[in-house]
Design a protein around this ligand. Sequence first.
Ligand code: AFP
Length: 333
Amino acid sequence: MSRVTLTQYLVEQQRAKGLAPADVRQLIEDVGRACKGIASAINKGALAGVLGGAGTDNVQGEAQKKLDVISNDMIVAATEWGGYLAGMASEEMDNALPIPAHLPKGEYLLVYDPLDGSSNIDVNVSVGTIFSVLRCPQGVSAADEKAYLQPGKQQIAAGFVVYGPATIMVLTVGNGATAFTLDRDAGDWIQTTEKIEIPADTKEFAINTSNSRNWTAPIKRYIDECLAGTKGPRGKDFNMRWVASMVADVFRIISRGGIFMYPADAKYAEGRLRLLYEANPMSFIVEQAGGAAINGPQRILDVQPGKLHQRQGVILGSKNEVALVGKYYAEMK
Ligand code: AFP
């Protein structure tokens, strides 16, 4: 197997397509370096004393795990010096973080969830890091959250790392989606899937069914029809998976098809997941892999954010299934 590294891939994207200019390449490599450190901390678990609560809450009022804070600090330390960022924003930081005055600045913004699925960390279930790269608008300070409030279609790059049995980075710089597996011995990200293509159809859905009493009519109709199986209108039986780590559910879906649903409902009127550093990067990747991503009525990448930690309903994956859910939203307004 040829060993195409993350660096080689990014250089080739720049040469062939003018994508991933040097600053973006260095940013992604530095995020990749931080994620190697996060993977190492996660793999040590209790042996490194990194499990359990940090004793603090994030801006969402969610109790932070020690690894939420450690992972966040590792990404800040790995990228703030690079000279390519104007600033960054994270699920674990209340406000946007401009690059300090004593460090060189650049034109990009990094928006990320340092440890997605952290409620799973203490029970040894896969978790991950999700990141998104935007250009900082001219004349807008990166200390001002307005700089980050850009529709997801303006992303320059997006990726996630799933810390599972293998540590895998999925990445797009706008020319399809690709995947790299961490070679722990050499310390390199090695390309293991050149072009990710999500099957257009599926027999597998991912949703937290404990919320079913809160669902809206289009979601209820879609899931009921899946549950009716061969005897129902779909004419086929469906399987269900719910890891409760978006990175793990999405990686399965981009690998073998499926539909991931965390819709806005009676309990989460805006949706549970965050737009800027969960829904947008995942939607960019899924679309680049031939899938689709909507909030119900609207394509997620078209949504104009109103606040940094805005939540959003998410329905993404196999394009024919997502289209069917979108049809139900349109019919059942
Ligand atoms: P945590 O990071 O708080 O564990 O939340 C993970 C997540 O944001 C996303 O990764 C999961 O898909 C979703 O929440 C799980 O939500 P439920 O716990 O309500 O199923």
